[in-house]
Design a protein around this ligand. Structure first.
Ligand code: ATP
Ligand code: MG
Length: 219
């Protein structure tokens, strides 16, 4: 984490020095550097937010959430929120979600965060597949959410490490999409609190499938 924060900070400090010195009287350079600095500050602020979110979740890791949460509403909300991004990327989100409620015991905002990241990842990194499927089924009272894209997929050797913090398969793609590499690390912690399981499957060239399996609701 310290490296991820130090790099943009060092670069920011470097640009400030340049602006105070050599570039002081060069308006064109000044504009360009300020643009870069703005991006870097934005990146650092996303990083800090994600790190804070991760440590908050780690802290309450062993406390079970206790609210009834409707997964149908959570997924509809996530899809609505990501529709503009998907449209910009030329990706169609196809939902296959039951009309009646599917309730789990959980923390609504945390679950929104998990599915937002999974659907966002599918749209960004699976963009070339042009569509993303979001499916919710209730298997004998045990809800299963599947998010599938048809992009480049993820080489098998990366799969076990995807939920490590800052782990990124394609650094360029992640940078381009302003990723911090913390989304799946956060998701893993949140799902552990929910006693839910995340499994990832992929075939190269055919896309990736992220499956979240919730425990069976107690009667
Ligand atoms: P953040 O979620 O913090 O914005 P991020 O998206 O880079 O940043 P994660 O969500 O943790 O971080 O994902 C980690 C990496 O896993 C991504 O950078 C990408 O390389 C890879 N990845 C995730 N989902 C997919 C996918 N559906 N297809 C291909 N690669 C993926
Ligand atoms: Mg992500």
């Amino acid at each position: 984490a310290s490296h991820e924060l130090r790099t943009p900070l060092a670069s920011l400090a470097g640009f400030i020095e340049t602006l105070q010195g050599p570039a002081r009287d060069d308006p064109a350079a000044r504009d360009r550097f300020l643009g870069i600095m703005h991006d870097q500050a934005g990146r650092m602020s996303r990083l800090v937010n994600d790190l804070l979110s991760l440590s908050r979740i780690e802290m309450k890791g062993h406390v079970r959430p206790s609210d009834p949460v409707d997964l149908v509403a959570v997924l509809r909300h996530v899809i609505d929120a990501l529709e503009p991004l998907a449209r910009d990327l030329g990706v169609a989100i196809e939902a296959s979600i039951p009309s009646e409620r599917v309730t789990v015991v959980g923390d609504r905002d945390e679950l929104v965060q998990v599915f937002e990241n999974l659907v966002e990842n599918a749209c960004k990194y699976g963009q070339s597949g042009k569509r993303v499927e979001v499916e919710l089924v209730n298997r004998a009272g045990a809800p299963v959410v599947t998010i599938r894209d048809f992009g480049p997929g993820i080489p098998e050797e990366h799969l076990p490490r995807l939920t490590e913090r800052f782990y990124r398969v394609d650094l360029d793609a992640s940078r381009r999409h302003r990723g911090t590499g913390l989304g799946l690390a956060i998701a893993k912690h949140i799902l552990a609190r929910h006693q839910a399981r995340l499994s990832i499957a992929s075939r190269l060239g055919e896309g990736a499938t992220f499956t979240v399996s919730f425990p069976q609701a107690k009667a």
